[in-house]
Write a protein that binds this ligand. Structure first.
Ligand SMILES: [Zn+2]
Length: 361
């Protein structure tokens, strides 16, 4: 999040704006100046873009607040030049809930469109009085532009291009009848086909559409693979994948001891012990960081993770995997009857997925 500017928090959701957003504004100014547009026109255009992104923020809050109703929190919302991105802690697995969360965003834009249309008709706005040849944003047309843009935003987002909102709606409908992994595969394939159309159309007409197309194509691939992996883990418990064989390293030992073990074995994670009790984990990354900040004599305890995530042997493996991903923990403690028993790391789970998917074929 370092490359983003923090804007504020509403209902526990932080809002950031990505630095590339300034490039969008700069591009608008430069291209308008080159076309010889007067300063007042440029100001209206900038005002329009900022208003539009405020509507995009409201759209993302539509998703976030709908998810909150189902007990799912949202880490943050980031505004990018190609639109907003709400990072939900997880996606609802119940298709009906997913449907609501997905459709809530476009519904916000439709709501804004309706309100502005009513305002326009109350104020006696007349479309026929406009000079369509030279339509530009000014005090007279501002509301009309914002209203139309919201309608376009809603319709565009409702295209069934998974993982865009419409694609999520499609997946949710499919998932009512089909297994979730299968529904995601179908929605993902349709999404990628639409993405290819976007890229080709965008190459000749609109460069932003090219970016959106690439974004959708990669996003669909990532989500299909993620959902497939998750479905493989379903039905298994943490104890099925945990590692009982692990390397130990002393809390007070120097990092050189850990490096010796790192180079002399397959292990990339260590369990840190103090007085025969497991007190933390030490990863390859932490060793490297320790070396950069200090030297080989830096003691293990000062760089180890002393509060690793603790999960139970009987916990569902897919749930554990999700927790590790959202809390960004590569290795966790596995606990049985309140006592440390084993570790579970992401490589472990990846290998487990590989083996099980090979057996499925
Ligand atoms: Zn959306």
């Amino acid at each position: 999040m370092k490359l983003s500017l923090y804007l504020g928090t509403y209902r526990n959701v932080k809002v950031f704006i990505h630095w590339t957003f300034s490039l969008l504004l700069l591009w608008i100014v430069i291209s308008n100046v080159r076309m010889g547009a007067p300063a007042v026109d440029i100001a209206w255009t900038i005002g329009f873009v900022l208003t539009l992104f405020f509507c995009v923020t409201l759209h993302e809050f539509g998703h976030a607040l709908a998810a909150q109703r189902f007990g799912i929190s949202t880490k943050d919302i980031t505004l990018l030049p190609i639109g907003g991105l709400a990072r939900l802690e997880k996606l609802p697995e119940d298709p009906k809930q997913e449907l609501w969360v997905a459709i809530a965003g476009p519904l916000v834009n439709i709501g804004i469109f309706l309100v502005l249309t009513i305002i326009l008709s109350i104020t006696g706005f007349n479309l026929e009085q406009l000079n369509m040849e030279e339509l530009k944003i000014n005090a007279n047309t501002f509301v009309l532009f914002v209203a139309s843009a919201n309608l376009i935003l809603a319709l565009f987002n409702l295209l069934p291009a998974f993982p865009m909102d419409g694609g999520r709606v499609l997946r949710a409908f499919l998932a009512i009848r089909l297994p979730r992994a299968k529904a995601t595969q179908i929605a993902g394939t349709i999404g990628q086909m639409i993405a290819i159309v976007f890229v080709f159309y965008g190459l000749f007409n609109n460069p932003i559409l090219v970016f959106i197309g690439i974004f959708i194509f990669l996003g669909a691939a990532a989500e299909v693979s993620h959902t497939t992996q998750e479905s493989i883990l379903k039905g298994f418990k943490v104890k099925d994948a945990m590692m009982m064989n692990f390397q130990l390293v002393g809390f007070d030992a120097p990092l050189s001891k850990a490096i010796e073990k790192l180079l002399g074995s397959q292990a990339t994670h260590f369990v840190v012990v103090k007085d025969d009790v497991a007190v933390g984990t030490l990863s390859k990354d932490e060793i490297i960081r320790g070396l950069q900040a200090g030297n080989e004599n830096t003691h293990v305890g000062s760089v180890a993770n002393q509060s690793p995530l603790k999960i139970e042997t009987e916990e569902d493996l897919d749930e554990a995997w999700r927790k590790m991903a959202t809390q960004n923990q590569k290795v966790v403690f596995v606990i049985e009857n309140g006592h440390f028993l084993a570790i579970l790391d992401q490589e472990n789970i990846s290998e487990f997925i590989l083996v099980k998917s090979a057996l499925l074929k």
